[in-house]
Design a protein around this ligand. Structure first.
Ligand code: PEP
Ligand code: MN
Length: 481
């Protein structure tokens, strides 16, 4: 049956192809009716044009009958956790690569990304004494919006690299290839599978702090601060064991020997997202609802959040918690309207606003946005992305970010929220667990001239392992009780 249905969508080469594998009736909806393809009736930014439409349809047919990567239950769990974040009872840590590559789907990169996120959340939980909700930019963060569709490579004008699920980094491989969408699914699934395996095998077990130790951290201060937390934590766990609170729990999972880690990516390539959108039962009410089963959380980028655009249309129909990037060009009224469109029932924590103005502009725009949201009656998660407004060129012309500007935007955001009777409830970083040299500064005092030592990003500059921990300590200190 599934094969027959996919063939149906194969023959239908138009952009309004039926999502047949999902059992929808294939009618083209208009007006307020939402379907996984209603976005096709709206103007779209950052679109990818595929030369071979038949090939694209064949890939989408295949994608739409592959199994879900995440379940409605997990999506609901994250929604509930983000509600706690919006209500100031927990803190959100979201981070990972700017552009995830298929090549990162391998044991070491996955483990090091997990490790840095877990260590950062340990530091944050310890300092702020609130649970941390962790979301990785991972297992699908393959597509990139670009300011310029073309770039100059060795004197030749070529299409820009749009991420591994669209084209190749090699300048000779820039033609969008639909087969890469299928590859994106399998790399996401393999990444997620390994994440689930190691988390289920005690990777995040607080009883094994030696496996959480710091490698390659140069700064004595950071090492010491971290060691103090681990020692005190070990002590606390010991005490709990003595009084019988911390009974050996395995194989029953508890917050002490396992953690939740959710996956996220920018929902940019709507053909891909639509194929992974399924009508499934809400685990709480039993009603059929639409879920994006390719990731727990998706966000709309700052370049694709037009009120009447295709991306907002797609996002308004899914049950997943969503993020919206908010930059200087967002008008306060527009923000209110956007929230009403994507979250008409004003569900608390359904939307995370990820603000990214730059250290020198945060004071100009954030207060207006906070006021607009307050007046709208929406209760959102306010996360600060101190990366995207602070990108500069280094002396040698490499894209970089200064650690000090990152900290400046963060601390200004914290204070502005306080002054406006609001709270910054989360952070969003581009980071990696490896010792790359892409951002300047931090406790290791990376200099402009050090950037070429290990500059590896294929898109934006990321905090390295040590800089990521530095930032976690600084935030924890702001919130220390
Ligand atoms: C990103 O998060 O990598 C990105 C492109 O961000 P923004 O949409 O905020 O520019
Ligand atoms: Mn980026």
């Amino acid at each position: 049956v599934i094969l027959e249905k996919s063939n149906g969508s194969l023959k239908n080469g138009s952009k309004n192809a039926t999502n047949t594998a999902n059992g929808t009736n294939g009618k083209t909806h208009t007006g307020n009716d939402w379907t996984p393809f209603s976005w096709k009736t709206k103007p779209i930014k950052q679109d990818v044009s595929y030369e071979d439409q038949a090939h694209l349809q064949k890939v989408l047919g295949k994608l739409s009958h592959l199994p879900p990567m995440v379940t409605p239950q997990e999506i609901t769990n994250l929604r509930n956790q983000l509600k706690q974040v919006a209500l100031k009872k927990a803190f959100l840590l979201q981070g990972g690569d700017c552009a995830e590559l298929f090549e990162y789907c391998s044991q070491d990169p996955i483990e090091s990304k997990l490790k840095v996120l877990l260590q950062m959340s340990l530091v944050l939980t310890w300092g702020a004494r609130v649970p941390v909700v962790r979301i990785a930019r991972m297992s699908g963060q393959y597509a990139k919006p670009r300011s310029n569709p073309y770039e100059n490579c060795q004197g030749k004008e070529v299409l820009s690299f749009r991420g591994d699920n669209i084209n190749g980094y090699d300048p000779n491989d820039r033609k969008p290839d639909p087969e890469r969408l299928l590859s994106a699914y399998f790399h996401s699934a393999a990444t997620l599978n390994y994440v689930r395996s190691i988390l289920g095998s005690g990777f995040a077990d607080l009883h094994r702090p030696s496996e959480w130790s710091l490698h390659h951290v140069r700064s004595q201060g950071t090492r010491q601060e971290y060691q103090t937390i681990v020692d005190r934590l070990t002590d606390a766990l010991d005490f709990m064991k003595t009084i019988g609170v911390d009974t050996p729990v395995s194989p029953v999972p508890s917050p002490l020997n396992s953690v939740d880690l959710f996956m996220s990516h920018e929902g940019l390539i709507l053909e891909y997202e639509q194929s992974l959108t399924r009508e499934l039962k809400d685990p709480e009410t039993g009603e059929l609802k639409w879920y994006n089963v390719g990731s727990h959380f998706l966000w709309i980028g700052d370049r694709t959040r037009q009120l009447n655009g295709a991306h907002v249309e797609y996002f308004r129909g899914i049950q997943n918690p969503i993020g919206i990037k908010v930059g200087p060009s967002m008008q306060p009224d527009e923000l209110k309207e956007l929230l009403d469109i994507v979250n008409p029932n004003k569900e608390i924590g359904k939307v995370t606003l990820i603000t990214r103005y730059g250290a020198h502009q945060v004071e100009k725009y954030l207060p207006g946005h906070i006021q607009a949201v307050k007046a709208s009656g929406h209760i959102v998660v306010w996360a600060c992305d101190p990366m995207h407004g602070n990108t500069k060129n280094s002396l040698s012309g490499m894209k970089t970010r200064h650690f000090n500007s990152i900290i400046e935007e963060l601390s200004k955001a914290i204070h502005i929220h306080k002054a406006n009777n609001s709270q910054m409830n989360g952070v969003h970083f581009e980071l990696t667990g490896e010792g790359v040299t892409e951002c300047i500064g931090g406790s290791m005092q990376l200099a402009d001239s050090d950037l070429s030592l290990n500059y590896k990003t294929y898109c934006d500059p990321r905090l390295n392992y040590e800089q990521s921990l530095d930032v976690a300590f600084l935030i924890a200190k702001y919130y220390e009780k």
